[in-house]
Design a protein around this ligand. Structure first.
Ligand code: C2E
Ligand code: MG
Ligand code: MG
Length: 715
């Protein structure tokens, strides 16, 4: 009512918004200029409110539904700001104007408002942004005041996690710069103010540069370096962005050609495209023209398309992405995770690389969740066969983490800020210590496909979900255990235990004759009762030893649920032990250059050889001759007789028993080419096996032993 009285006092029907009965923009301006309680003063506060996704609401519920929603908003605003003037100034834009709003209460009231609006949302999550302007009292024109509130609101339109924004001087300066850009972009093209800056992209596992991203800068005589964050948007709004992007790509090709001609190692360069490039020109043929002009192969240019562009572009962009990929260009998705529909984009379009938005790393230190999200993105991308690059890496800790989760490439201030070509030191930056040789890029890309976060990293990618760990969910009701879920791996295990499906498994478990099924209910109870809600036991089932690990999940009344992981260790044991032994034996063998076994009958066999030695036993199995041949090839001439005596099979037994030790040891000079003069240590160890004495003979260089002793003494 009160609002209506105010409206009537102005007595102008065209000051009223028909749909809501609120004021419209003219009405608001009229009041600001007038002489009532809403006239502009140093106490005036203007809140500009904008619904981000109203279009979607309209599409879903039609205009009538949309109108209901707007009327709902109007009535809630009136309830929450009963003493202020409320207006609807356009489709989904509202203004709250008042001289008695308490600044400290605004955020709280806006939250209250958003909460109230949920009642009208019909299940859609509406995103409402607010820009707030507190007047200074010296504004000449009320339009400026409304504009500034709008400016504050517009400033956070693309900021996903900010819903309220107060107008600041800095915002004003930014806007002034924006205005400057609008007024001067033609001149900037003419005067060649635009420059290419390059930022390194680094291969995580080698930490070598494996590419660069080309980023635009406007070098202005008045404002200095103007950031693309300011001018890209302006150029898009005046539909000239393609001119900049083609110019950038031309420069990139020109720089690449210079480097190729100078014989430097070149890396591929990623260039940024705007969604509008695809509409404003035939961007692919423009890029092809640039490449042809400088004779640059396609694989040296990667195409970056921002995620928001994709979200807005729907089908037609998909076609362009495909066209680029079919032609042999790599297409990268930029700023993944910054937009609203990241995951759909991965589903709907084929990309070679996702660049993970730096927003996740900004919270790396403060919010543990960001690590989980990053790991999940990398995991998912790998499962989809897409490569990953993390943007905005600034610390060693971030690098280590990303390396650990298998993120393949990184970019960020840790490795270098964007610089113009003139600031790169070619001999250093293009050297093979710093830069990856381009031929290796697909080699490392292949390595990058391995998913460290998967428990079946060795399987080829088939787009199917496969979990090797046998997991089941079991319920315990009184003393009765029943499986209610088993994954494919667990089903396999159940079949091994002799049941064909879950029902049969449950029947076996329920029959009290099977002793060990009672063991199962016991370990479930143990899990529920234990301090960490876990338990583990080996049970004998159907003649097999089965290891089962249990975690208690939840209880309601007499029902409790548990997660189980079971493994048949009878089946695994022998294979496992063999694996362990062979690993151990291999390790022992590696300490020696060679190991031979000879027996009392005068035969010799080589079991292991490493380094520059010759096996000999492959052509000669009789010990005496083999030793003769061996000593001629490997041992310094003056020591050969002594060496042959050391390996004399007829005396070896006696010598060992006389030595008072369990073995014989001696040293000889090597004449192996490249290793002349080094001292070899030979050791002979007897052992009795299968009714016969046999001897292990092993050798290694003693200088290596000395190294080892030195290292150990430093520990
Ligand atoms: P982008 O493609 O995601 O580029 C990465 C941005 O992150 C760059 O900002 C880069 O300077 C900045 N950056 C890199 N490492 C770090 C870091 O460790 N910490 C922080 N805080 N920032 C880092 P820049 O150069 O201001 O570019 C902004 C955006 O403008 C780009 O985001 C890109 O979307 C767009 N852009 C730049 N050049 C062009 C161009 O030639 N054409 C088009 N269409 N868009 C461009
Ligand atoms: Mg980019
Ligand atoms: Mg990016």
């Amino acid at each position: 009512m009160k609002q209506m009285e105010d409206v009537m006092s102005i007595e102008e029907a065209n000051h009223i918004d028909e749909l809501t009965g609120l004021h419209n923009l003219t009405g608001i301006l009229e009041h600001l200029q007038g002489h009532d309680k809403y006239s502009a003063s140093a106490n005036t506060i203007i809140i500009f409110i904008n619904v981000m996704n109203f279009k979607v609401f309209n599409q879903k519920y039609g205009f009538a539904g949309g109108n209901d929603f707007l009327r709902g908003m109007a009535s809630e605003l009136q309830k929450i700001f009963p003493d202020e003037l409320i207006a609807r100034i356009g489709g989904d834009q509202f203004i709250v104007l008042g001289n008695s709003i308490i600044e400290e209460e605004i955020l709280e009231k806006m939250e209250e408002f958003r909460e109230a609006v949920h009642n009208y949302e019909k299940g859609l999550k509406m995103k409402i942004k607010a820009g707030i302007y507190r007047a200074k009292g010296n504004e000449d024109d009320p339009v400026i005041m409304v504009d500034r509130a709008k400016m504050a609101c517009d400033d956070i339109i693309r900021v996903y996690d900010r819903d309220n924004n107060f107008y600041t001087e800095e915002l004003d300066k930014r806007n002034e710069l924006r205005q400057y850009v609008i007024d001067n972009f033609e001149n900037a093209f003419k005067q060649r103010y635009f420059r290419v800056y390059y930022q390194k992209e680094v291969r995580s596992i080698t930490r070598k540069v494996c590419g660069y991203e080309a980023l635009a800068r406007w070098l202005d005589p008045k404002y200095g370096i103007i950031s693309p964050a300011v001018f890209i948007e302006v150029l898009e709004s005046v539909h000239l962005i393609h001119r900049l992007d083609i110019y950038m790509i031309d420069q990139v090709c020109c720089d690449l050609r210079d480097d190729i001609n100078s014989g430097y190692e070149v890396e591929p360069i990623s260039v940024n495209l705007s969604r509008l490039d695809f509409e404003l020109c035939d961007i692919m043929s423009e890029i092809d023209k640039c490449r042809e002009r400088y004779d640059i192969p396609k694989k040296l240019l990667h195409i970056e398309v921002t995620e928001s562009a994709i979200a807005a572009g729907a089908d037609f962009l998909g076609k362009h992405i495909k066209k680029f990929r079919d032609a042999g260009y790599e297409v990268w998705m930029d700023d993944f995770g910054a937009g609203y529909s990241s995951f759909n984009n991965l589903k709907d379009y084929d990309f070679d690389v996702v660049k993970i938005d730096m927003g996740f790393l900004r919270e790396f230190e403060t919010n543990q969740k960001s690590r989980i999200i990053l790991a999940s993105i990398v995991h998912m991308a790998k499962e989809l066969g897409i490569h990953t690059l993390a943007e905005g890496v600034e610390t060693e800790e971030q690098y280590e983490f990303l390396l650990k989760i298998g993120c393949e490439k990184m970019q960020g201030y840790l490795f270098g800020k964007p610089k113009p070509v003139s600031e790169f030191v070619r001999n250093v930056d293009c050297s093979s210590e710093i830069s990856e040789e381009f031929e290796y890029s697909s080699y490392y890309d292949d390595i990058g496909t391995v998913n460290f976060l998967n428990n079946t990293p060795l399987r080829p990618k088939t787009m199917e979900i496969m979990i090797k760990l046998p997991i089941a969910i079991a319920e315990l009701c009184e003393d009765k255990v029943s499986f209610i879920y088993a994954n494919e791996a667990y089903m396999e295990f159940i079949r091994e235990m002799g049941a064909s499906d879950i029902e049969e498994a449950n029947r076996i478990v329920h029959s009290s004759e099977v002793e060990d099924t009672r063991g199962l209910s016991k370990i479930l109870k143990m899990a529920e009762g234990s301090y960490n809600q876990r338990s583990e036991a080996d049970l004998v089932l159907n003649g097999n030893v089965v290891n089962t690990k249990v975690r208690f999940l939840s209880r309601h009344g007499d029902k409790a649920a548990f997660a189980l992981v079971s493994r048949n260790i009878t089946a695994e044991k022998s294979a496992h032990t063999m694996d362990d032994y062979s690993a151990l034996v291999m390790h022992l063998m590696n300490l020696y250059n060679r190991i031979d076994v000879f027996d009392e009958d005068g035969n010799i066999e080589n079991v292991f050889i490493n380094g520059n030695q010759k096996a000999i036993t492959d052509v000669e199995r009789r010990t005496a001759i083999a030793i003769e041949v061996y000593s001629n090839m490997h041992i310094a001439e003056p020591e050969r007789e002594r060496f042959k005596a050391f390996f004399d099979m007829n005396t070896v037994h006696d010598r060992i028993s006389k030595s008072g030790q369990q073995y014989l040891i001696d040293y000889y000079k090597s004449v192996i080419p490249g290793e002349e003069g080094r001292i070899l240590m030979y050791i002979i160890l007897p052992f009795f096996y299968n009714g016969k004495w046999r001897f292990i003979a092993a050798c290694r260089y003693i200088d290596e032993l000395n190294e080892l002793v030195k290292e150990m003494s430093q520990l």
